[in-house]
Design a protein around this ligand. Structure first.
Ligand SMILES: Nc1ncnc2c1ncn2[C@@H]1O[C@H](COP(=O)(O)OP(=O)(O)OP(=O)(O)O)[C@@H](O)[C@H]1O
Ligand SMILES: [Mg+2]
Length: 246
């Protein structure tokens, strides 16, 4: 049985387009509402760029791959760039000022600030029509927990937040996307694993791994509720994410 059905959460099959038709197809339509997605991969592999693209695309009409909603962007690394939103929105034929107005950005520096912002999410979802929650990235929060209380604190932090994010996704039918950095690890088939590896992995609905080679990004869908696994490639340009001419 689908885990969400077991938990009793109600969700509909609606999606946010990633900007790439191939990646959307791999995902069964896009990033699905009602779910939590983890995207992990090395630096420069496009995780933050996809977050920017989704923050614009969530606002688009449903016929254009959006959810006609707003985005909450929790920025733990100082990587949010308004100029990227302007470029991506303009390329999508969407008013850039409106695109920016509809993204609630919270720059957080500590675990404590992160916790305070996460507590604001239910209100934003309820009152401000937020349909997408982005955490770019989850890694510093897990690292801070690890430094202060070791593996157990990191595990407890993963469980605590993933429970909150899953609840938000299920009961408010929003899209939650977390990005995660990687660490080199001997004995892993890929030679690296995401920060918080198996604990985060077990508690998300979809897991994507990004890698960049020769200007192309490869996205591996490791698991998803109704589709996958599989691979798709895309490119990042000034106007955002799109399909490469292969
Ligand atoms: N305006 C642009 N035009 C074309 N490509 C761009 C543009 N802006 C960013 N990129 C591409 O996106 C890449 C950076 O990706 P991004 O910042 O999303 O990586 P990341 O996976 O989030 O990395 P990190 O883990 O360091 O945060 C750059 O290497 C660049 O190729
Ligand atoms: Mg990034």
């Amino acid at each position: 049985m689908d885990e969400r059905a077991r938990e009793g959460g109600i969700y509909t099959l609606s999606y946010i387009s990633t900007g790439s038709k191939r990646l959307n197809r791999l995902l069964g339509g896009g990033i699905p509402a009602g779910t939590v997605t983890e995207i992990y991969g090395p630096s420069g592999s496009g995780k933050t760029q996809l977050c920017h693209q989704l923050a614009v695309n969530v606002q688009l009409p449903r016929s254009e791959g959006g959810l006609e909603g707003k985005a909450a962007y929790i920025d733990t690394e100082g990587k949010f760039r308004p100029d990227r939103i302007i470029s991506i929105a303009s390329a999508a034929g969407y008013r850039p000022e409106r695109a920016l107005e509809n993204i609630f950005v919270a720059r957080v520096f500590t675990g404590q600030e992160f916790e305070a912002v996460v507590k604001l999410l239910p209100g934003l979802i309820e009152d401000k029509d937020v349909k997408l929650v982005l955490v770019d990235s989850f890694s510093p929060i897990l690292r801070e927990a690890m430094e202060s209380g070791g593996h157990i604190a990191k595990y407890m932090t993963s469980i605590k937040y993933l429970a909150v994010f899953r609840r938000l996704a299920r009961y408010s039918n929003v899209v939650v996307v977390l990005t995660n950095r990687v660490v080199g690890k001997m004995g892993e088939p890929l030679g690296f694993e995401s920060v918080g590896g198996r604990w985060v992995k077990r508690l998300v609905d979809l897991r994507l791994r990004f890698e960049r080679a020769d200007g192309l990004i490869s996205a591996w869908l490791e698991f998803a509720p109704h589709t996958g696994p599989g691979e798709a490639t895309f490119i990042i340009a000034e106007g955002g994410i799109s399909d490469a001419e292969l």
